[in-house]
Ligand binder design. Structure first.
Ligand code: NAD
Length: 249
């Protein structure tokens, strides 16, 4: 039970990597608040020990503040929500840029800003601050990928945000790290594949992008989240962790 005594708040936990991380953290003894904008998806947690669910739209600042205020303590935040736009800078639309930055980056800004006073107070009271884990991507400042202009730019911003928070609160018991997955076989990836004229070829192309010759499963990304949530990573902050099947070799 590596997370016993810890309370974790997760966004976009309805499916994919957020869901896998919520289940992994609950299995390690954390009390998990699994949130998502989609109430239907949260029904999958019925009967799962240690998991509370709540509808939370991370585009809603007041809702984020209310969720944070409703919790007695917060030891772990996993900011997982994000969206992938296709295309180069030539095709990019202003409204896509705005949506991506609001969902992929501003949501993390709002969540962390709301939670920091609680984490700092915890650290001053009992020496236990918090671990913040932000979802970036290997497609970011780490690596440019074709046709991911808006997405890669927004995920690069996540890494900058992560390092900034880590630097400002390193003496106040707060760690802040980012994770950078490669291509993960999640429902939204399947949606993206289905949007191509030839989905079978699109899946092959995604697989060929992975040096390991296969996609990751969401459960293969969850362990790095559990590690960063746990005290095993107590000396680690301000880092971006690749879990990418060799994309950055
Ligand atoms: P997904 O995209 O399949 O699911 C996303 C979840 O986010 C859904 O449950 C959806 O309801 C929820 N969501 C959407 N808008 C929301 C909002 N406004 N507020 C709260 N929740 C909202 O899941 P995924 O593919 O595991 O992606 C999760 C994160 O991982 C994203 O940030 C994504 O960019 C990142 N990521 C994914 C991959 C990949 O290949 N799948 C790779 C690297 C990084």
């Amino acid at each position: 039970m590596r997370l016993k005594g810890k309370t974790a708040l997760i966004t976009a936990a309805g499916q994919g990597i957020g869901q896998a991380a919520a289940l992994a953290m609950a299995a390690e003894g954390a009390v998990v608040y699994a949130t998502d904008v989609n109430a239907e998806l949260l029904k999958s947690y019925q009967g799962v020990a240690n998991v509370h669910t709540a509808v939370l739209n991370v585009l809603d600042k007041n809702a984020i503040a209310a969720q944070v205020a409703s919790m007695d303590r917060i030891d772990v935040i996993f900011n997982c929500a994000g969206f992938v736009h296709n295309g180069s800078i030539v095709e990019a639309k202003d409204e896509e840029w705005e949506f991506a930055f609001n969902l992929n980056v501003r949501s993390q800004f709002w969540m962390i800003q709301a939670a920091i006073p609680k984490m700092v107070a915890q650290f001053e009271k009992d020496g236990r601050g918090g671990s913040i884990i932000n979802m970036a991507s290997v497609c970011s400042s780490v690596k440019g990928l074709p046709n991911r202009f808006i997405y890669g730019t927004s995920k690069a911003a996540v890494i900058g945000l992560t390092k900034s928070v880590a630097a400002d609160f390193v003496r106040q018991g707060i760690r802040c790290n980012a994770i950078c997955p490669g291509t993960v076989d999640t429902p939204s990836l399947q949606d993206r594949i289905n949007s191509y004229a030839d989905p079978a070829q699109a899946r092959k192309d995604f697989i060929n992008r992975q040096p390991m010759g296969r996609l990751a499963q969401a459960a293969e990304i969850a362990p790095i989240v559990t590690f960063l949530a746990s005290d095993e990573s107590i000396f680690a902050t301000g880092n971006a962790y690749m879990v990418d099947g060799g994309m950055t070799i």
